[in-house]
Ligand binder design. Structure first.
Ligand code: SF4
Ligand code: SF4
Length: 352
């Protein structure tokens, strides 16, 4: 077991991310929401978080302006920050190009952690680890000193389980909240045992849980993991930081409240496990069921740009065959939820 260095400030709890040896505060800064505000506010928020004590920032090539804004903020402080980014490319060539762009946007010669982003399933994972795959570029970049460590992110616990068996990555990023708590049994203990760093994402389940205190106390009560929470405003960062500093014992009233919220979402919250796939119409079901949360985090424009309109168009062809419903472990009424989400998206877009 690696001992925490004693000279570091101990006002908040710190951990070491597995074998990486990276020592961090358990509350990290997530780079998604700063895309949806103007540049000044984004830079101000990042700078405020770092000055206040955040020492781990996670972003991605996928988060549009996020890397550039974080890079601009870090130019204005001499605080040391562990910087992580990601690429969704599955090929060696693609990941290398993304890494070079990340370094440029973040204005760094090297990054502490670079991750294969959103490795959806076994098929994509095989691409990543095969010859010419993204892992090859990560290994080379590590040898060259362009990155310190190699990580992977996924919404699939089955996939992360396989990743832990293979032992090719030094960190994993996993969804974890009181609405998506399965990682607590299935993934987190195994990762800790294998000394793979665990970064928990979506502590608010993508904006569904609006009680920050309850959400954060729940995830922090799980030892051995760090948690990234994205914010776009310094007041929101302060709120999270105060909760983080205050300790995380849940009392009976809070446990009851968690149960009440769980019940509310039992039959309409998608846990992103993808067990419902494959859809006969190739509909990305979890994406459609998560439209509200995506818009909340990334802003309305996401409905008009990139892959999102295509996913929405596909979803309009749901035949209500019911094959997905039979496979969903939570018995969600998927076709009804698709219809409801499409209606909501149309309202947002102001079209029929
Ligand atoms: S009910 Fe709709 S979403 Fe489900 S498998 Fe059939 S077409 Fe796909
Ligand atoms: S609809 Fe059900 S099976 Fe599909 S991703 Fe969501 S929770 Fe999992």
């Amino acid at each position: 077991m690696i001992q925490l260095t004693e000279e570091r400030e101990k006002t908040v709890e710190r951990i070491i991310l597995g074998k990486t040896g990276l020592e961090v505060n358990r509350l990290g800064f997530g780079g998604i929401p700063i895309q949806r505000v103007n540049e000044n506010q984004a830079v101000e928020t990042v700078l405020h978080a770092v000055e206040k004590g955040a020492d781990f920032i996670d972003t991605s090539r996928l988060y549009t302006t996020s890397e550039r804004r974080i890079g601009m903020a870090l130019q204005q402080t001499d605080k040391s920050v562990i910087l992580a980014s990601k690429s969704q490319s599955k090929t060696s060539k693609g990941l290398r190009a993304d890494l070079e762009m990340s370094l440029k946007e973040l204005q760094r010669d090297s990054l502490d952690l670079y991750q294969c982003h959103f490795v959806k399933d076994e098929h994509v994972y095989k691409q990543v680890i095969s010859s010419g795959g993204a892992l090859e570029a990560l290994i080379k970049a590590k040898e060259e000193g362009l990155i310190g460590h190699m990580g992977i992110t996924s919404h699939s616990l089955d996939l992360l389980d396989r990743v832990l068996d293979d032992g090719l990555f030094e960190t994993i990023m996993v969804c974890f909240s009181f609405l998506e708590s399965q990682a607590r049994e299935k993934i987190i203990p195994k990762a800790i045992e294998k000394e793979v760093g665990v970064i928990a994402m979506k502590p608010f389940s993508g904006g569904i849980i609006d009680n920050a205190r309850l959400a954060l106390r729940y995830v922090f009560s799980q030892p051995g993991i760090m948690v990234i929470a994205g914010v776009e405003h310094k007041d929101l960062f302060d709120e999270n930081w105060e909760i983080f500093q205050a300790g995380y014992e849940l009392d009976d009233g809070e446990r009851k409240e968690i149960e009440r919220i769980r019940k509310t979402y039992e039959k309409n919250f998608c846990r992103r496990c993808d067990y419902c796939q494959p859809c006969t119409e190739d509909i990305p079901i979890q994406t459609i069921l998560g439209l509200r949360s995506m818009v909340k985090r990334m802003g309305k424009n996401i409905l008009r740009e990139g892959w999102c309109p295509k996913a929405i168009e596909k979803a309009r062809h749901c035949s209500e065959c019911g094959e997905c419903t039979a496979r969903c472990p939570y018995q969600l009424p998927i076709p009804d939820l698709i219809e409801e989400n499409l209606r909501w998206a149309d309202e947002q877009l102001g079209s029929p």
